[in-house]
Design a protein around this ligand. Structure first.
Ligand code: CDT
Length: 306
């Protein structure tokens, strides 16, 4: 009897280098399309792009004018600038996951990721749950991190979707630092978590953490992958953007917790790895067999206490 075929999905982390404040969305989309074409040549079925990929990381500035704020947001997806990316995905048969600032018709502002299938159709949307930083300007900082001024937390929470031959989840940047993010998706049977991020190297409340940014980013994702038996694919917007240096180190992490591919540069770069989704079961059915080993009667404080 022949062995069943492994469920391998080849995934690319489509890292971006800096996006300048005055760079147009059309120009960024050209860069994304170049990465998507490279991904097709390298056998990818799916490419993960960074958080807020279409613009510079605008939460580093305090903008007061409402109409100026809303210019950083997308009111439709695909929209005028992004429809070329959707069309290219359809032509190439390569899906993607893209982070962007979303303004809904009823006026809500979210930090969002959309998952698009290889036929160019939208599979799912995820709105960032853990919103870091601060809600009011703090002039003592070298630069602002005003995500809590610009974004509401996603009301839907975490989800998993059947796509790309497996069970796919999404998280955005700061979400990756919280074990609950992975565990909620783990309880849904997640096999492949897609994450975009913008992580400034300098952490103003405690600069002693600056040298540890790369370590902490890998630490949380490797632990989350291992403890939930899932792949994690993470794409950075890295490099020095408008004077602020951000972590690159986009990577692919296996359910074993091992980093199997990582970016070499802080520029536009595609990091590719074949992800065997059947590898997840080696962990989900053994050490992390939730049904057998989780002791939920002792976990209640996690939802009772902030
Ligand atoms: N974009 C994002 O979520 N960045 C945060 C920075 C935390 S410091 C305000 C991160 O966790 O990487």
């Amino acid at each position: 009897m022949s062995e069943p075929t492994a469920r391998v999905v080849t995934v690319g982390a489509g890292q971006l280098g800096p996006v300048a404040r005055d760079e147009s969305r059309e120009s960024v989309v050209e860069r994304l399309i170049a990465l998507l074409r490279q991904a097709a040549r390298r056998g990818c079925q799916l490419v993960v792009f960074p958080e807020l990929a279409l613009t510079t990381f605008f939460p580093r500035w305090h903008i007061e004018d409402r109409s100026e704020i809303d210019r950083w947001f997308e009111t439709e997806m695909p929209g005028p600038a992004t429809k070329a990316l959707f069309e290219e995905a359809r032509i190439l048969g390569v899906g993607f996951c893209l982070g962007y600032a979303e303004l809904t018709p009823d006026g809500h502002h979210y930090n969002t990721q959309v998952l698009v299938a290889g036929d160019g159709t939208v599979v799912a949307k995820y709105r960032k749950v853990h919103i870091p930083g601060h809600a009011e300007p703090e002039p003592w900082r070298l630069f602002q991190h005003l995500e809590r001024y610009y974004f509401e937390p996603g009301p839907e929470g975490f989800g998993v979707w059947r796509a790309f031959g497996g069970t796919v989840g999404m998280m955005i940047c700061n979400d990756r630092r919280w074990p609950e993010t992975y565990r909620v998706m783990g309880l849904g049977g997640v096999e492949l978590i897609l994450c975009g991020y913008n992580t400034p190297i300098h952490y103003a409340p405690d600069p002693s953490q600056d040298v540890l940014q790369g370590f902490h980013s890998a630490l949380v994702m490797q632990a989350g992958a291992y403890q939930n038996g899932t792949w994690v694919v993470a794409a950075a917007k890295g490099g020095v953007e408008e004077g602020v240096e951000s972590l690159a180190q986009s990577c692919v992490i296996a359910p074993s917790g091992q980093v199997v591919a990582q970016a070499y540069t802080a520029e536009d770069e595609l990091v590719v790895a074949p992800c065997d989704l059947d590898w997840c079961d080696r962990y989900k059915r053994t050490l992390f067999d939730f049904d057998r080993y989780r002791v939920i009667e002792h976990y209640e404080p996690i939802t009772r206490q902030r």
